[in-house]
Design a protein around this ligand. Structure first.
Ligand code: IMP
Ligand code: MG
Length: 182
């Protein structure tokens, strides 16, 4: 695989589509084992988690499950703005339901923390977080994902839903920023 360039920044291959598919499958098996009979509501956090969420939702194959979407924004370019803003809200009733929040990545954890607080007010039975990627060294809150595809170092990545200013979400593999700017 070749390097790719966006916004004048160079990225190199990091996780292949096959490696991603394998971890999506494993996480799906864990969720099915834990919540296969719980009528779970998958809550996809747009936009980044869109691709992971639909793949995970289908891979779980839980008959009595639903998927819904919410939108948060926190990143500008390659760094977090430090505040997460809910742009599109949740219209489904989740009182008494098991909710599986699906995130593309938990970085500072600010988005996840904000969302957990918002959801708690709606009296769900329980809320779990499934994140394809987790940057443990960037975490600034107490929120850790319950299901994790990959734990990675705190470097900026793109692809498989993750963007740089709206670009690169359609890359099928995940790429990491080159630090030597080759
Ligand atoms: P947090 O609130 O800092 O945990 O970040 C949450 C959001 O920031 C994620 O849902 C992503 O949309 C975005 N984000 C964090 N790290 C990256 C990255 O390496 N590449 C692209 N987007 C990222
Ligand atoms: Mg996002």
């Amino acid at each position: 695989m070749d390097k790719v360039t966006y916004n004048g920044l160079t990225f190199e291959p990091y996780l292949t589509r096959d490696e991603i598919a394998l971890q999506v499958k494993r996480v799906a098996e864990e969720i099915r084992r834990d919540y296969g009979n719980a009528n779970p509501m998958f809550l996809c956090v747009l936009k980044g988690a869109a691709i992971f969420a639909v793949d995970l939702f289908r891979e779980c194959g839980i008959k009595d499950s639903e998927i819904t979407f919410i939108r948060f924004k926190s990143y500008s370019g390659t760094s977090t703005t430090g505040a997460a803003k809910q742009i599109m809200g949740l219209d489904e009733e989740i009182e008494g339901r098991t909710v599986i929040v699906v995130e593309d990545i938990v970085d500072t954890g600010i988005t996840a923390q904000q969302l957990m607080e918002d959801l708690a007010k709606k009296n769900p039975k329980e809320v779990k977080i499934a994140s394809l990627l987790f940057k443990p060294d960037s975490l600034q809150t107490g929120v850790r994902p319950d299901y994790i595809g990959f734990s990675i170092p705190p470097k900026f990545i793109i692809g498989y839903g993750l963007d740089i200013d709206g670009q690169a979400r359609n890359l099928q593999d995940i790429y990491v920023i080159c630090e030597d700017k080759k």
